[in-house]
Design a binder for this molecule. Structure first.
Ligand code: AMP
Length: 277
């Protein structure tokens, strides 16, 4: 396993990598969710590159960026076990040397849901992902269904800009009680950790109500909202039942609608989703 910190070295090494090449972009502080992406990349490709980069341009609050959990030594040990070929770990200066000034803008898709709550978030995400694609030139890149809108937005960009790779989406990995694994879960106190199960409970409620015949999307949003409001430590950012491609809110729910939510538990903002079956 090689750890690479410069773009020049990464590009040079890429020329000698066995193809196909799978790329797993991450912000580090790895958990089983990330490792599921790495394992799938390992099965489907001859070489696996994992990037670890806490991307400053996708955080709307400087504090959030500074407080994002980091543990590179532990990450390297986990990736070694997964037989990762290359870890690309550039610094912020390496990725954004002055006078950096070009951005990838995604339009409407990036303005809904997460984009509405976190202005500029997807501009930062898609720009850094486009840079990683140019540097690593992967055959395939792996993204988690946990960040459903991110996967939709990146697929849109890849199609719109004729990028030469396949985007693979990997199912969400959950804790035994349903909480989606996230690097941010470490920020929850024991009481908040317990309260955080409300996200998945609300998503399951929507699926259950739909299975029992409720197709009114507003009713589904309302029932989820009431369930979450019963949890004292939770405050809702959004609750959505949307078209899985356009991300527009639906009047009538039907599979494969994207049921998603963002909820703050104490000071920690968590997101999760299910695809209606
Ligand atoms: P992050 O480090 O949070 O930027 O995540 C890196 C990648 O891992 C993204 O494509 C995420 O969607 C994915 N990911 C994060 N958590 C999970 C999870 N619980 N299950 C599956 N994929 C995940």
């Amino acid at each position: 396993m090689k750890v690479i910190e410069t773009i020049a070295e990464m590009k040079e090494l890429r020329l000698r990598l066995a193809k196909p090449v799978g790329l797993v972009p991450t912000m580090g502080y790895l958990h089983e969710g990330h490792l599921a992406l790495v394992r799938q990349a390992r099965v489907e490709n001859s070489s696996v590159v994992v990037s670890i980069f806490v991307n400053p341009t996708q955080f709307d609050r400087r504090e959030d960026f500074k407080q994002y959990p980091r543990d590179p030594q532990r990450d390297l040990a986990l990736l070694e076990k997964e037989k990762t070929d290359i870890i690309f770990m550039p610094s912020a200066d390496e990725m954004y040397p002055p006078p950096f000034s070009s951005w990838v803008e995604v339009g409407k898709l990036a303005e809904r849901l997460e984009g509405a709550s976190r202005p500029g978030h997807f501009r930062g995400v898609v720009t850094v992902v486009a840079k990683l694609f140019n540097i690593v030139q992967p055959t395939r890149a792996y993204f988690g269904q946990k960040d459903a809108q991110q996967a939709v937005v990146i697929k849109r960009t890849v199609a719109d800009l004729n990028m030469n790779l396949e985007i693979v989406t990997v199912p969400t990995v959950r804790e035994p009680d349903g909480l989606a694994m996230s690097s941010r879960n470490i920020c929850l106190s024991p009481e908040e950790r317990q309260a955080a199960t409300v996200l998945y409970r609300a998503l399951c409620l929507a699926q259950q109500l739909y299975s029992q015949g409720e197709t009114n999307a507003q009713c589904l949003r309302q029932e989820m909202t009431e369930l979450i409001q019963n949890e004292q430590l939770a405050s809702i950012d959004y609750v959505s039942v949307a078209d899985p491609e356009t991300l527009e809110e639906l009047d009538k729910a039907s599979p494969p609608a994207l049921v998603s939510l963002a909820v703050k538990i104490g000071n920690t903002r968590l997101i999760d989703n299910v695809v209606l079956k």
